[in-house]
Design a protein around this ligand. Structure first.
Ligand SMILES: NC(=O)c1ccc[n+]([C@@H]2O[C@H](COP(=O)([O-])OP(=O)(O)OC[C@H]3O[C@@H](n4cnc5c(N)ncnc54)[C@H](OP(=O)(O)O)[C@@H]3O)[C@@H](O)[C@H]2O)c1
Length: 327
């Protein structure tokens, strides 16, 4: 019987995941029946949201939940012809048989790389776009603070805010990332939260306060941002990565919400399906014109997915963390 490879969770992590929490497993691959297709994985996305799932939702000894881009290599379903590129959420499986449920044909722009559809033109890009413009109701020229500004979501959010004429401050965790934000993305101020006192620096570089804090980190970042918020400020809550491995710093400044009349609101990317057409049109234009730049940290080889996921919590990635499996 033909086989495939899968990445399984074999033990629930205690804190930051360890390589031994995962295993590369050879698994049987069923024949393709009528209505089904066989898909070969090309690129996989590793994302911070996967970590909280490892504590409960992710089945043990089953393929790691997640999504990517693949190619149809055998088809008995006319909607997905052989050779078609598809987005999928079928988990970390090198090859898999699908009924077509959860697959979407992808027709990439010939001038763009395929991988960009897993970040700037994919889920993380839409998250930044919708979180900033819809949940955050960003207005041109506002004062904006973005955490994990050199990551997949943060770097897109920071650049959209710059395109909208905003004053943009970003935080990040390394000198290399800070240099990219300052020198390439032209942020107005950058804070390396690992080497600089975050609250003091943020106060220095936001002389006109903050109208919108795009929250990706939680804990000390939220605590530093709250006292700087202007009246009627907004905090769209995209993520709180500092809490995903348990622990994290407590937040003491939430009282600032009261007199500041500040709105703090969570969202998930799937809330923004109705923005997809506008998002794809605008973002494709920005990427092709070079107005919106991106970086990728690509690990080659299916088996490196756990390393990629763990790396997100060590700050190993500049821009989007990706796993490339095949061309
Ligand atoms: N709501 C949604 O639908 C949605 C969708 C996608 C992502 N998100 C959220 O958006 C945030 C960013 O996700 P992403 O995919 O763009 O990941 P990312 O920013 O590309 O990668 C994660 C980055 O987080 C930073 N980080 C890790 N641990 C940290 C800690 N304890 N404190 C501060 N920073 C830490 C690291 O950057 P540094 O080197 O700069 O520290 C790391 O490179 C996450 O909170 C994620 O959960 C939400």
């Amino acid at each position: 019987m033909p086989t495939t490879e899968e990445i399984h969770l074999v033990r629930r992590p205690n804190g930051v995941p360890a390589p031994a929490d995962f295993a590369l497993v050879e698994a049987p691959l069923a024949d393709t029946e009528d209505g089904q297709v066989l898909v070969e994985a090309l690129w996989m996305s590793v994302d911070p949201y996967m970590r909280p799932r490892l504590d409960a939702d992710q089945p043990l000894n089953g393929p790691l939940l997640g999504g990517g881009i693949g190619r149809v290599v055998q088809s008995r379903n006319t909607k997905f012809p052989e050779g078609a590129l598809v987005r999928h959420g079928a988990g970390f499986r090198k090859r898999f048989v699908s009924s077509g449920k959860g697959l979407a044909v992808l027709t990439p722009d010939p001038d763009l790389s395929l991988s960009v559809y897993l970040h700037a033109l994919g889920g993380t890009g839409l998250t930044a776009y919708g979180g900033l413009l819809e949940t955050g109701a960003l207005k041109d020229g506002e004062q904006v603070f973005i955490s994990t500004a050199a990551g997949a979501v943060g770097s897109v959010a920071a650049q959209i805010a710059k395109i909208k004429g905003c004053y943009v401050v970003g935080s990040t965790g390394s000198a290399e990332k800070a240099a990219w934000l300052r020198d390439e993305l032209n942020l107005d101020a950058v804070i390396n939260y690992k080497t600089e006192p975050l609250a003091e620096r943020l106060a220095q570089v936001t002389p006109n306060g903050i109208d919108l804090y795009f929250e990706n980190v939680g804990g000390g970042h939220l605590d530093a941002a709250l006292p700087r918020m202007n009246v009627r400020g907004r905090i769209p809550v995209c993520g709180m990565i500092s809490t995903y491995n348990g622990g994290g710093e407590g937040v003491r400044n939430l009282f600032a919400l009261i007199y500041g009349r500040i709105r703090m609101e969570g969202f998930v990317a799937s809330d923004f399906g109705h923005l997809s057409a506008d998002f794809l049109r605008e973002m494709t234009g920005w990427v092709k014109s070079g107005q919106l730049k991106y970086q990728e940290t690509v690990l080659q080889g299916f088996g490196r997915a756990p390393e990629g996921l763990i790396g997100l919590f060590k700050g190993d990635n500049l821009g989007k963390m990706l796993i490339q499996i095949s061309d």
